[in-house]
Write a new protein. Structure first.
Length: 355
């Protein structure tokens, strides 16, 4: 079969949009372009169209289908709630090549996306509700990105195929799923798992002077304490929506953690051996959601250079006190600093987890 193929570049786009919407309302599947690949789409309440869609994609009858929505409001209405890490992903990547899977209002998981292709969003807006969709896999398992290649796979010759040339990204969407408190990335597309997790996370930066004593201890302690609060290993905190880093207001890049901080960390089973100092720069402050200074001098130094950052820069101790610099002291000095940092972080963990 070859489908009823129409080239978007030569068609009357308004008329073609109306035709696609009318066919979908009548219970027919249609092939629509997206930036990642072509998809076969149908209204979810038309069982026959869904069966044809699954037949074209060689999917079993119970295989889940992705919902494509015209805008964020229409997509998020499918879900029970949108956790803050997911909201940050939607801010950054929608419309775009990201599919998000969350519990739906009925309890079952629902995968949804807002495609970047303007014609397909126009069809979705005309319908006023999301479409059930799937890509058509080629012989190599990759999604088909050419309309003619999709058309020959269709079970009915009269199925409308909107041809907008090769899909620009020519790849699958990246899929993100909430797995308990963690974000999982079961499939990478043009967006990598690392990109997605770092984008989803709140960025918290700790700042001291040299980034070799106090702020590295704060970074590893924060990761450890948040992991315990979440019931996950410290290494999984990023997937739970929190990213921790540290920097110095007067340092050189690449310095190791001080011997005292290394020893104080080891005593509580934390490892600073891979730490390398870095100078705090504008980009780090701009990207951060919160910047916690270990002493008032650090806060003053940042705000003297970047006064616009005043709403995100504060002292780590909630009472506004400094945390003493142990540099040049003995191990007891580093222990006291570690314990003081830990107490300050413990007072902030609940707020960080709340998003």
């Amino acid at each position: 079969m070859s489908g009823d193929r129409h080239e978007l570049r030569t068609a009357d786009a308004a008329r073609l949009c109306s035709d696609a919407a009318a066919r979908l309302r009548a219970g027919e599947p249609c092939v629509l372009p997206t930036e990642t690949s072509y998809v076969v789409a149908a209204l979810p309440n038309h069982a026959g169209a869904l069966a044809a869609l699954r037949q074209a994609a060689r999917l079993p009858a119970d295989a889940p289908l992705t919902r494509h929505a015209a805008d964020r409001a229409a997509a998020t209405a499918l879900w029970r709630s949108v956790p803050p890490p997911v909201a940050r992903l939607l801010d950054r990547y929608w419309p775009g090549p990201l599919t998000v899977v969350l519990p739906g209002r009925g309890g079952a998981l629902v995968g949804a996306r807002v495609p970047a292709h303007p014609f397909t969003r126009r069809v979705l807006a005309a319908l006023g509700e999301p479409l059930a969709t799937t890509a058509i896999p080629g012989d190599d398992g990759r999604p088909l990105c050419d309309a003619l290649a999709v058309a020959v796979r269709l079970p009915a010759a009269r199925t409308l195929v909107v041809d907008d040339g090769p899909s620009p990204l020519a790849t699958s969407t990246t899929v993100v799923r909430l797995d308990g408190p963690r974000l999982a990335v079961p499939r990478e597309g043009i967006l990598t798992a690392a990109e997605v997790l770092h984008t989803a996370a709140r960025r918290i930066v700790f700042v001291c002077t040299g980034n070799t004593c106090r702020s590295p201890l704060a970074e590893v302690l924060a990761r450890e304490l948040c992991g315990k609060a979440l019931g996950v290993p410290a290494g999984d905190v990023l997937a739970c929506g929190l990213s921790f880093a540290s920097a110095g207001t007067g340092t050189m890049d690449g310095m190791p953690a001080s011997d005292g901080s290394l020893a104080a960390a080891r005593e509580v089973d934390l490892d600073l051996s891979a730490h390398q100092s870095r100078m705090l720069d504008r980009a780090t402050v701009d990207r951060a959601d919160r910047v916690y200074c270990l002493a008032a001098s650090h806060q003053r130094a940042i705000l003297a250079r970047l006064p616009a950052a005043k709403d995100k820069v504060e002292l780590l101790r909630p009472d506004g006190g400094d945390i003493a610099d142990p540099y040049g002291g003995d191990l007891d000095d580093y222990r006291r600093t570690r314990e003081e940092i830990q107490r300050a972080i413990e007072l902030r963990v609940d707020g960080w987890l709340a998003g």
